[in-house]
Design a protein around this ligand. Structure first.
Ligand code: NAD
Ligand code: MG
Ligand code: MG
Ligand code: MG
Ligand code: MG
Length: 324
Protein backbone atom coordinates (compact mmCIF):
# COMPACT_ATOMS: atom_id res chain seq x y z
CA UNK A 1 0.00 0.00 0.00
CA UNK A 2 1.42 3.38 -0.95
CA UNK A 3 1.31 5.93 1.81
CA UNK A 4 0.02 9.34 0.69
CA UNK A 5 -0.62 12.76 2.19
CA UNK A 6 -4.38 12.11 1.98
CA UNK A 7 -4.98 12.22 5.75
CA UNK A 8 -3.66 15.81 5.86
CA UNK A 9 -5.16 17.05 2.60
CA UNK A 10 -7.63 19.45 4.22
CA UNK A 11 -5.44 20.26 7.19
CA UNK A 12 -3.56 23.40 8.08
CA UNK A 13 -0.03 22.59 9.24
CA UNK A 14 1.88 24.97 11.53
CA UNK A 15 5.65 24.52 11.52
CA UNK A 16 7.23 26.07 14.65
CA UNK A 17 10.94 26.66 14.08
CA UNK A 18 12.72 27.17 10.76
CA UNK A 19 16.13 25.65 11.35
CA UNK A 20 17.63 22.45 9.96
CA UNK A 21 14.44 20.37 10.16
CA UNK A 22 11.82 23.14 10.12
CA UNK A 23 12.83 24.59 6.77
CA UNK A 24 13.03 21.20 5.05
CA UNK A 25 9.67 20.11 6.49
CA UNK A 26 7.92 23.35 5.52
CA UNK A 27 9.24 23.34 1.94
CA UNK A 28 8.61 19.64 1.30
CA UNK A 29 5.10 19.66 2.78
CA UNK A 30 4.18 22.74 0.73
CA UNK A 31 5.55 21.15 -2.45
CA UNK A 32 3.48 18.06 -1.58
CA UNK A 33 0.39 20.26 -1.86
CA UNK A 34 -0.27 20.81 1.84
CA UNK A 35 -1.25 24.05 3.56
CA UNK A 36 1.72 25.26 5.62
CA UNK A 37 2.18 28.27 7.91
CA UNK A 38 5.44 28.98 9.77
CA UNK A 39 5.45 30.14 13.40
CA UNK A 40 8.49 32.04 14.69
CA UNK A 41 9.42 34.63 17.26
CA UNK A 42 9.18 38.07 15.67
CA UNK A 43 12.67 39.23 14.77
CA UNK A 44 14.15 35.79 15.41
CA UNK A 45 17.15 34.72 13.33
CA UNK A 46 15.29 32.59 10.78
CA UNK A 47 12.09 34.64 10.22
CA UNK A 48 13.59 36.46 7.23
CA UNK A 49 14.59 33.14 5.67
CA UNK A 50 11.07 31.73 5.96
CA UNK A 51 9.59 34.90 4.46
CA UNK A 52 12.13 34.80 1.61
CA UNK A 53 11.02 31.21 0.92
CA UNK A 54 7.51 32.58 0.45
CA UNK A 55 5.88 31.46 3.69
CA UNK A 56 3.34 33.35 5.72
CA UNK A 57 5.28 33.92 8.95
CA UNK A 58 3.28 34.38 12.13
CA UNK A 59 4.10 34.24 15.83
CA UNK A 60 3.95 30.69 17.21
CA UNK A 61 0.62 31.42 18.94
CA UNK A 62 -0.92 32.87 15.76
CA UNK A 63 0.29 29.90 13.73
CA UNK A 64 -1.18 27.43 16.22
CA UNK A 65 -4.57 29.15 16.07
CA UNK A 66 -6.48 27.43 13.28
CA UNK A 67 -3.89 24.68 12.84
CA UNK A 68 -4.90 21.03 12.57
CA UNK A 69 -1.34 19.83 13.05
CA UNK A 70 1.48 21.63 14.88
CA UNK A 71 5.05 20.48 14.27
CA UNK A 72 7.38 21.50 17.09
CA UNK A 73 10.77 21.95 15.40
CA UNK A 74 12.53 24.35 17.76
CA UNK A 75 15.52 23.29 19.88
CA UNK A 76 14.48 20.67 22.44
CA UNK A 77 15.18 22.83 25.49
CA UNK A 78 12.85 25.67 24.42
CA UNK A 79 9.95 23.35 23.64
CA UNK A 80 8.41 23.07 27.16
CA UNK A 81 7.96 26.85 27.48
CA UNK A 82 6.74 27.11 23.89
CA UNK A 83 4.20 24.38 24.58
CA UNK A 84 2.93 26.09 27.76
CA UNK A 85 2.70 29.55 26.23
CA UNK A 86 1.81 29.13 22.57
CA UNK A 87 0.37 25.65 22.12
CA UNK A 88 -1.49 24.28 25.16
CA UNK A 89 -3.87 27.26 25.57
CA UNK A 90 -4.63 27.48 21.84
CA UNK A 91 -4.50 24.19 19.95
CA UNK A 92 -7.97 22.93 19.05
CA UNK A 93 -9.16 19.62 20.56
CA UNK A 94 -8.59 16.70 18.19
CA UNK A 95 -5.66 18.43 16.47
CA UNK A 96 -2.23 16.81 16.31
CA UNK A 97 1.01 17.79 18.03
CA UNK A 98 4.05 16.48 16.18
CA UNK A 99 7.68 16.18 17.26
CA UNK A 100 10.85 15.20 15.39
CA UNK A 101 12.47 13.91 18.59
CA UNK A 102 10.61 12.38 21.52
CA UNK A 103 12.77 13.88 24.28
CA UNK A 104 10.34 16.23 26.03
CA UNK A 105 7.30 13.99 25.85
CA UNK A 106 9.15 10.83 26.82
CA UNK A 107 10.93 12.47 29.76
CA UNK A 108 7.73 14.32 30.75
CA UNK A 109 9.03 17.88 30.36
CA UNK A 110 5.89 18.30 28.25
CA UNK A 111 2.67 16.67 29.48
CA UNK A 112 0.45 16.95 26.39
CA UNK A 113 -3.21 17.79 26.83
CA UNK A 114 -5.38 14.67 26.88
CA UNK A 115 -7.59 15.86 23.99
CA UNK A 116 -4.99 16.03 21.21
CA UNK A 117 -3.10 13.51 19.09
CA UNK A 118 0.62 13.30 19.86
CA UNK A 119 2.84 11.89 17.14
CA UNK A 120 6.44 11.80 15.98
CA UNK A 121 8.10 11.88 12.57
CA UNK A 122 11.90 11.83 12.53
CA UNK A 123 13.69 11.80 9.19
CA UNK A 124 16.91 9.81 9.38
CA UNK A 125 18.97 12.61 7.92
CA UNK A 126 19.81 16.30 8.34
CA UNK A 127 17.40 18.90 6.98
CA UNK A 128 19.37 19.74 3.84
CA UNK A 129 19.33 16.08 2.76
CA UNK A 130 15.60 15.80 3.49
CA UNK A 131 15.15 18.75 1.14
CA UNK A 132 17.58 17.83 -1.67
CA UNK A 133 16.39 14.20 -1.87
CA UNK A 134 12.82 15.42 -2.07
CA UNK A 135 13.70 17.84 -4.87
CA UNK A 136 15.17 15.09 -7.02
CA UNK A 137 12.09 12.91 -6.52
CA UNK A 138 13.44 10.62 -3.83
CA UNK A 139 13.20 10.67 -0.06
CA UNK A 140 14.96 10.10 3.26
CA UNK A 141 13.63 7.23 5.41
CA UNK A 142 11.52 8.40 8.35
CA UNK A 143 10.70 6.98 11.75
CA UNK A 144 7.15 7.59 12.92
CA UNK A 145 5.35 6.96 16.19
CA UNK A 146 2.09 7.56 18.02
CA UNK A 147 2.10 8.57 21.69
CA UNK A 148 -1.54 9.53 22.04
CA UNK A 149 -4.44 8.89 19.65
CA UNK A 150 -7.55 10.90 20.32
CA UNK A 151 -8.90 11.38 16.81
CA UNK A 152 -8.57 7.72 15.85
CA UNK A 153 -6.37 8.92 12.96
CA UNK A 154 -3.10 9.71 14.73
CA UNK A 155 -1.15 7.05 12.87
CA UNK A 156 -2.61 8.12 9.51
CA UNK A 157 -1.58 11.71 10.23
CA UNK A 158 1.98 10.71 11.14
CA UNK A 159 2.34 8.58 8.01
CA UNK A 160 0.80 11.29 5.81
CA UNK A 161 3.24 13.85 7.24
CA UNK A 162 6.16 11.49 6.59
CA UNK A 163 4.86 10.96 3.06
CA UNK A 164 4.70 14.73 2.58
CA UNK A 165 8.37 14.94 3.54
CA UNK A 166 9.16 12.39 0.83
CA UNK A 167 9.91 9.66 3.36
CA UNK A 168 7.41 7.20 1.89
CA UNK A 169 9.38 7.20 -1.37
CA UNK A 170 12.14 5.53 0.65
CA UNK A 171 11.04 3.80 3.85
CA UNK A 172 8.78 4.45 6.85
CA UNK A 173 9.72 2.64 10.06
CA UNK A 174 7.32 2.51 13.00
CA UNK A 175 8.76 3.12 16.45
CA UNK A 176 7.61 4.55 19.78
CA UNK A 177 8.66 7.67 21.69
CA UNK A 178 10.77 5.69 24.18
CA UNK A 179 12.74 3.83 21.52
CA UNK A 180 13.32 6.90 19.31
CA UNK A 181 14.39 9.06 22.24
CA UNK A 182 16.68 6.60 23.98
CA UNK A 183 18.41 5.28 20.86
CA UNK A 184 18.91 8.78 19.45
CA UNK A 185 20.56 9.96 22.69
CA UNK A 186 22.68 6.83 22.98
CA UNK A 187 23.89 7.03 19.39
CA UNK A 188 24.97 10.65 19.59
CA UNK A 189 26.60 10.26 23.02
CA UNK A 190 28.38 6.92 22.77
CA UNK A 191 29.28 6.71 19.09
CA UNK A 192 28.49 9.54 16.68
CA UNK A 193 29.42 12.71 18.56
CA UNK A 194 30.84 11.88 21.99
CA UNK A 195 32.62 8.66 21.09
CA UNK A 196 33.98 9.71 17.71
CA UNK A 197 35.26 13.15 18.75
CA UNK A 198 36.95 11.76 21.85
CA UNK A 199 38.60 9.02 19.78
CA UNK A 200 39.94 11.66 17.37
CA UNK A 201 41.29 13.90 20.15
CA UNK A 202 42.95 11.06 22.05
CA UNK A 203 44.51 9.72 18.85
CA UNK A 204 45.85 13.17 17.99
CA UNK A 205 47.26 13.66 21.50
CA UNK A 206 48.95 10.26 21.39
CA UNK A 207 50.78 11.05 18.15
CA UNK A 208 51.75 14.62 19.07
CA UNK A 209 52.97 13.64 22.55
CA UNK A 210 55.15 11.00 20.85
CA UNK A 211 56.83 13.75 18.83
CA UNK A 212 55.01 13.56 15.50
CA UNK A 213 54.06 16.74 13.63
CA UNK A 214 50.55 18.02 14.45
CA UNK A 215 49.83 18.53 10.71
CA UNK A 216 50.49 14.86 9.99
CA UNK A 217 48.56 13.74 13.06
CA UNK A 218 45.57 15.83 11.93
CA UNK A 219 45.41 14.09 8.58
CA UNK A 220 45.77 10.61 10.05
CA UNK A 221 43.16 10.82 12.82
CA UNK A 222 40.63 13.44 11.68
CA UNK A 223 40.71 14.35 7.99
CA UNK A 224 40.81 10.78 6.72
CA UNK A 225 37.95 9.76 8.97
CA UNK A 226 35.61 11.06 6.25
CA UNK A 227 36.88 8.49 3.74
CA UNK A 228 36.14 5.71 6.19
CA UNK A 229 32.76 7.06 7.26
CA UNK A 230 31.72 7.42 3.60
CA UNK A 231 32.54 3.74 3.04
CA UNK A 232 30.60 2.72 6.16
CA UNK A 233 27.65 4.87 5.05
CA UNK A 234 27.57 3.37 1.57
CA UNK A 235 28.24 -0.26 2.29
CA UNK A 236 28.82 -0.97 5.95
CA UNK A 237 31.94 -2.46 7.45
CA UNK A 238 31.97 -4.91 4.52
CA UNK A 239 32.66 -2.13 2.04
CA UNK A 240 35.25 -0.49 4.28
CA UNK A 241 37.16 -3.76 4.60
CA UNK A 242 37.04 -4.26 0.83
CA UNK A 243 38.51 -0.82 0.17
CA UNK A 244 41.29 -0.57 2.72
CA UNK A 245 44.67 -2.30 2.35
CA UNK A 246 45.42 -5.73 3.80
CA UNK A 247 47.80 -4.01 6.19
CA UNK A 248 45.07 -1.66 7.40
CA UNK A 249 42.70 -4.60 7.78
CA UNK A 250 45.14 -6.65 9.84
CA UNK A 251 45.82 -3.62 12.06
CA UNK A 252 42.08 -3.12 12.43
CA UNK A 253 41.58 -6.72 13.57
CA UNK A 254 44.42 -6.80 16.11
CA UNK A 255 44.36 -3.23 17.47
CA UNK A 256 40.73 -2.08 17.24
CA UNK A 257 39.52 -4.42 20.00
CA UNK A 258 42.37 -3.23 22.26
CA UNK A 259 41.18 0.40 21.96
CA UNK A 260 37.43 -0.20 22.21
CA UNK A 261 37.22 -3.24 24.45
CA UNK A 262 34.80 -5.05 26.75
CA UNK A 263 35.32 -2.38 29.42
CA UNK A 264 34.29 0.29 26.90
CA UNK A 265 31.14 -1.68 26.19
CA UNK A 266 30.39 -1.87 29.91
CA UNK A 267 30.69 1.92 30.07
CA UNK A 268 28.42 2.19 27.04
CA UNK A 269 25.87 0.20 29.02
CA UNK A 270 26.28 2.62 31.93
CA UNK A 271 25.64 5.58 29.60
CA UNK A 272 22.56 3.81 28.21
CA UNK A 273 21.26 3.13 31.71
CA UNK A 274 21.53 6.83 32.65
CA UNK A 275 19.61 7.69 29.49
CA UNK A 276 16.92 5.11 30.27
CA UNK A 277 16.44 6.01 33.93
CA UNK A 278 16.17 9.74 33.17
CA UNK A 279 19.43 10.79 34.82
CA UNK A 280 20.80 12.32 31.62
CA UNK A 281 17.57 14.20 30.84
CA UNK A 282 17.38 15.56 34.39
CA UNK A 283 21.02 16.69 34.37
CA UNK A 284 20.65 18.32 30.96
CA UNK A 285 17.48 20.17 31.91
CA UNK A 286 19.09 21.43 35.15
CA UNK A 287 22.20 22.49 33.26
CA UNK A 288 20.07 24.39 30.75
CA UNK A 289 18.07 26.12 33.50
CA UNK A 290 21.29 27.08 35.32
CA UNK A 291 22.44 28.99 32.23
CA UNK A 292 24.73 26.29 30.76
CA UNK A 293 27.85 26.87 32.91
CA UNK A 294 29.33 23.38 32.48
CA UNK A 295 28.19 23.13 28.86
CA UNK A 296 30.02 26.35 28.04
CA UNK A 297 33.18 25.28 29.90
CA UNK A 298 33.33 21.87 28.21
CA UNK A 299 32.60 23.37 24.80
CA UNK A 300 35.38 25.93 25.29
CA UNK A 301 37.83 23.13 26.12
CA UNK A 302 36.94 21.38 22.85
CA UNK A 303 37.29 24.61 20.88
CA UNK A 304 40.74 25.22 22.42
CA UNK A 305 42.07 21.72 21.84
CA UNK A 306 45.32 21.90 19.80
CA UNK A 307 43.76 19.86 16.98
CA UNK A 308 41.38 22.76 16.26
CA UNK A 309 44.25 25.21 15.72
CA UNK A 310 46.20 23.07 13.28
CA UNK A 311 42.95 21.99 11.66
CA UNK A 312 41.92 25.56 10.87
CA UNK A 313 45.30 26.23 9.23
CA UNK A 314 45.18 23.08 7.12
CA UNK A 315 41.56 23.45 6.07
CA UNK A 316 42.29 26.96 4.79
CA UNK A 317 44.62 25.34 2.22
CA UNK A 318 42.04 22.80 1.05
CA UNK A 319 39.86 25.05 -1.05
CA UNK A 320 37.23 22.43 -1.83
CA UNK A 321 36.30 22.17 1.85
CA UNK A 322 35.06 25.75 1.90
CA UNK A 323 32.79 25.28 -1.09
CA UNK A 324 30.31 23.05 0.74
P1 NAD B 1 17.61 24.23 14.76
O1 NAD B 1 18.41 24.68 15.93
O2 NAD B 1 18.28 24.02 13.44
O3 NAD B 1 16.40 25.28 14.50
C1 NAD B 1 15.59 25.73 15.53
C2 NAD B 1 14.58 26.75 15.02
O4 NAD B 1 13.73 27.15 16.12
C3 NAD B 1 15.17 28.05 14.47
O5 NAD B 1 14.35 28.52 13.43
C4 NAD B 1 15.06 29.00 15.68
O6 NAD B 1 15.05 30.35 15.28
C5 NAD B 1 13.72 28.57 16.22
N1 NAD B 1 13.49 28.89 17.62
C6 NAD B 1 14.38 28.87 18.65
N2 NAD B 1 13.77 29.22 19.79
C7 NAD B 1 12.46 29.44 19.49
C8 NAD B 1 11.32 29.85 20.23
N3 NAD B 1 11.41 30.07 21.54
N4 NAD B 1 10.12 30.00 19.59
C9 NAD B 1 10.02 29.78 18.26
N5 NAD B 1 11.07 29.40 17.50
C10 NAD B 1 12.27 29.25 18.10
O7 NAD B 1 16.83 22.91 15.23
P2 NAD B 1 16.80 21.45 14.51
O8 NAD B 1 18.18 20.87 14.52
O9 NAD B 1 16.05 21.56 13.25
O10 NAD B 1 15.96 20.62 15.59
C11 NAD B 1 14.55 20.74 15.69
C12 NAD B 1 13.98 19.44 16.22
O11 NAD B 1 14.28 18.40 15.28
C13 NAD B 1 14.58 18.99 17.55
O12 NAD B 1 13.56 18.35 18.29
C14 NAD B 1 15.65 17.97 17.13
O13 NAD B 1 15.94 17.04 18.14
C15 NAD B 1 14.94 17.33 15.94
N6 NAD B 1 15.79 16.66 14.95
C16 NAD B 1 16.84 17.31 14.38
C17 NAD B 1 17.59 16.67 13.39
C18 NAD B 1 18.72 17.39 12.67
O14 NAD B 1 19.22 16.84 11.70
N7 NAD B 1 19.14 18.59 13.06
C19 NAD B 1 17.28 15.36 13.01
C20 NAD B 1 16.17 14.73 13.59
C21 NAD B 1 15.43 15.40 14.56
MG1 MG C 1 19.66 11.12 15.86
MG1 MG D 1 19.61 13.84 18.66
MG1 MG E 1 34.71 15.44 23.87
MG1 MG F 1 46.92 6.30 6.28
Amino acid sequence: MTVTTQALQDSRIAILGYGSQGRAHALNLRDSGLDVVVGLRAGGPTAAKAAADGFAVATPAEAVKGADLVAVLTPDMVQPKLYEEAIAPILRPGAALLFAHGFNVHFKAIAPRADIDVILVAPKGPGHLVRTEYEIGRGVPCLYAVYQDVSGHAKDKAMAYAAGLGGARALLIETDFKEETETDLFGEQAVLCGGASELVQKGFETLVEAGYRPEIAYYEVLHELKLIVDLLYQGGITKMLNFISETAQYGDYVSGPRIVDAATKERMKAVLKEIQDGTFARNWSEEYKAGLPNYRRMKQADLEHPIEKVGAQLRAKMVWLNEA
